[in-house]
Design a protein around this ligand. Structure first.
Ligand SMILES: Cc1cc2nc3c(=O)[nH]c(=O)nc-3n(C[C@H](O)[C@H](O)[C@H](O)COP(=O)(O)O)c2cc1C
Length: 222
């Protein structure tokens, strides 16, 4: 698989970058090609404007920065995408929110390649990597719910979340829950992770992970 990681912190070599790198390393260890992109570098042209007056006569976004190339040349071609962001005010960092806001221009019917963009975004496996100062589980819930809805809207299987706690640069490495290991594992398992929630009709063998008596093969068809 081709894996793209969008790193959203304005702080270079920070905690979310460490999670992004660990995730990409994990993906590479499983034989995937993985690349981390710095959203603050690539999309420095500003926030979404009023598309109706801002888009060019050809329907293209007129904000002159690396968004177009990142979207069309890298993200659309990838099979999976991970978002690495610090928790800012209980939500995602502005560059990542802006990534989604500006996507509106590319998926709207006025964009010359909207059908290709919608089709290309659909089906990609998505993962979320969060660094935060607080470890209180409620702190990240709003952002996780938002990403869940975004991925649902884009028809992307949302396969996992890793949270690392730290404040100083690189401090997530000292988080006793080992988020760098978890991010690496998530990257490595990205392709095969089972993501579908149970539904009422889901066959349920007694053992979740399988044992000599459990018909574990049932899961493969879900
Ligand atoms: C503007 C700003 C807002 C923040 N808001 C929160 C917050 O709401 N909750 C939290 O736990 N940490 C918050 N933090 C702390 C960062 O999430 C934390 O330091 C994180 O590890 C930084 O990641 P980075 O090194 O990738 O930039 C905030 C930091 C900044 C600069």
């Amino acid at each position: 698989m081709d894996v793209v990681v969008l790193a959203a912190s304005p702080r270079p070599d920070g905690n979310s970058q460490a999670l992004a790198d660990a995730f990409a390393d994990g993906a590479r260890s499983a034989g995937h090609a993985a690349r981390v992109f710095d959203l603050n570098e690539r999309t420095s042209g500003g926030f979404l404007r009023d598309c109706r007056s801002c888009r060019g006569p050809d329907g293209e976004c007129s904000i002159a920065d690396g968004y177009r190339e990142l979207m069309l040349e890298h993200v659309l071609r990838a099979d999976a995408i991970a978002y690495a962001t610090p928790l800012y005010w209980y939500g995602m960092a502005a560059s990542l929110k802006n990534w989604f806001d500006r996507m509106t221009c590319y998926i709207s019917a006025s964009h010359p390649r909207s059908a290709e963009v919608i089709e290309g975004l659909s089906g990609k496996r998505a993962a979320l990597l969060i660094s935060s100062e607080e470890r209180y589980p409620g702190a990240t819930l709003g952002m996780i719910a938002q990403v869940q809805e975004m991925t649902r809207y884009l028809r992307q299987p949302f396969v996992g979340v890793v949270q690392g706690v730290g404040n100083r640069r690189g401090e997530v490495a000292h988080d006793p829950t080992d988020p760098l290991v978890a991010a690496r594992r998530l990257g490595a398992d990205l392709e095969t992770l089972h993501f579908t929630d149970y539904r009422v009709e889901t066959p349920r063998p007694g053992a979740v992970w399988g044992d000599a008596d459990a018909p574990i093969g049932q899961y493969r068809d879900l």
